[in-house]
Design a protein around this ligand. Structure first.
Ligand code: PHE
Length: 450
């Protein structure tokens, strides 16, 4: 019943697409703001440790399972199950992944919509339309609905194009653009007064905070969210990789790009906060902590841009354009999760599957916008703090306990003949069986107890 499957045309195409999924608001907003509120470099250090030790192995589990099964998460997990119980477990984890990816997209579109509004605002201001420009940057239900709708439409258009002509083509265009804008912004901000204080706060760790438990919980959540883990996104991208490619290297590249962009974003946002202070903007709250989260992005940074006159308009435009691009290459990977399932398991044509999935997700976005104060934070916490780590755990259990070691090795050997004697194969099976589940569980229990 299934339609012919798409495949990335090249190694580079896959890396850009998967890195595009990984690099998103999580890197450019989440990482710097979490760093700001969690002891600067102490958080950075913990984040790096957890990304290499837990998130990269979990990413590899998804990529290997996906390429082996050449299918969406529901079918893939069922196909490696070895008993009725594990088949049921596979179905539940697969469906829970589809629901989680859809819920993440429903709040992600709202936030990404704000980014579009914020990058259009300076353009209107330059053109002399002050009132509409102010409207764009003020919180309002109609604005939220309109821009979430615009952002979702962009996502739909790209996903409708398929794997090669949609996901790969647009990731290959947008990711280099993202890098260029990011580098230009960093180069500019680092020349400004106060920037070096931000660099110090970002890179010099306060070790007394590095073993703080809440910090570890946040760092693990950030690492999983940033690598798009636990919802079947990386599994489905893995299923589009050719059997000729070396999976452990590809996964390594994606992880490195993701970390590098997060670090670069930190080198932009942290210095910018201290430049804002040098320009007279309040950057600490009443408890003496750095102002973080949405207040940082939508109040502190715009206040900084305001102090820069006309240059500030260009900087503001570039910064929010950067955010929009980052969000778009991630949102397409989220939408691909339900779409690939509908196409493969229900024989739906791609355009119909895209329309149906995005309509359902759009309705959820509308419900969240209309009940913003009660639902927005709730859906974010539910999906990123609970669902993603638990589903990540499920993928580790499949990779470490349910799927036979020999089959995994056979899959890895495709595109990597020497897999059996590699360092990766010496470490990874142990990691995915013991270290990752134990690490995720420990952090999860800590979250429940707190
Ligand atoms: N990794 C994306 C980010 O950093 C978010 C994401 C989560 C994308 C889950 C796909 C799936 O913003």
């Amino acid at each position: 019943m299934s339609a012919p499957r798409g495949e990335f045309s090249s190694r580079f195409g896959f890396i850009l697409a998967a890195a595009g999924s990984a690099v998103g608001l999580g890197n450019i907003w989440g990482f710097p703001t979490q760093t700001a509120s969690n002891g600067g470099a102490a958080f950075l250090l913990m984040y790096l440790v957890l990304t290499f030790s837990l998130a990269y192995p979990a990413l590899m589990a998804e990529l290997i399972i996906g390429r082996y099964a050449k299918a969406n998460a529901v079918t893939a997990l069922r196909s490696i199950a070895n008993s009725t119980a594990s088949r049921l477990f596979g179905s539940i984890a697969g469906y829970a992944g589809i629901i989680t990816a859809s819920l993440i997209l429903s709040f992600y579109s709202i936030v990404a919509g704000w980014m579009i509004a914020f990058f259009l605002a300076p353009l209107l201001e330059l053109a002399g339309f002050l009132k509409p420009a102010i409207w764009l940057t003020e919180f309002g239900t109609f604005r939220n609905l309109l821009f979430a709708g615009i952002f979702s439409s962009l996502t739909v258009v790209i996903i409708n194009g398929g794997v090669k002509d949609g996901i790969e083509k647009w990731s290959s265009r947008l990711m280099p653009a993202l890098l260029i804008i990011l580098l230009i912004l960093i180069a500019y901000v680092l020349t400004l007064e106060g920037a070096m204080d931000g660099v110090r706060a970002f890179l010099l760790p306060d070790f007394s905070k590095a073993i703080d438990l809440p910090l570890i919980v946040s760092a693990l959540g950030q690492a999983f969210f940033s690598l798009s883990l636990g919802v079947g996104t990386m599994l489905i991208y893995g299923s589009y990789i050719s059997k000729k490619e070396n999976l452990s290297t590809l996964g390594g590249y994606v992880t490195l790009v993701d970390i590098s962009i997060a670090l670069l974003a930190g080198m932009l946002v942290m210095p910018a906060i201290y430049v804002a202070q040098a320009n007279g903007v309040e950057i600490f709250n009443s408890n003496g902590q750095l102002i973080a989260e949405d207040t940082l992005i939508f109040t502190v940074l715009p206040a900084l841009f305001d102090t820069m006159g006309h240059t500030g308009l260009f900087i503001s435009f570039a910064f929010f354009l950067l955010m929009t691009i980052a969000a778009l290459t991630s949102s397409i990977s989220m939408l691909e999760v339900p779409v690939s399932y509908a196409v493969e398991n229900h024989g739906m044509p791609r355009n119909k599957a895209t329309l149906l999935s995005s309509t359902i997700i759009g309705v959820i976005s509308i419900i969240i916008i209309l009940n913003f104060s009660s639902l927005f934070g709730f859906v974010i916490a539910l999906t990123t703090q609970y669902s993603q780590p638990l589903l990540g755990l499920a993928f580790c259990i499949f990779g470490g306990w349910i799927w036979s070691r020999n089959n995994i090795l056979q899959e890895l050997k495709q595109g990597f003949a020497g897999a059996e004697n590699s360092l990766f194969w010496k470490i990874w099976p142990f990691y995915i069986r013991y270290i990752c589940p134990a690490g995720i569980l420990a952090v999860f229990i800590q979250l429940i107890l707190s």
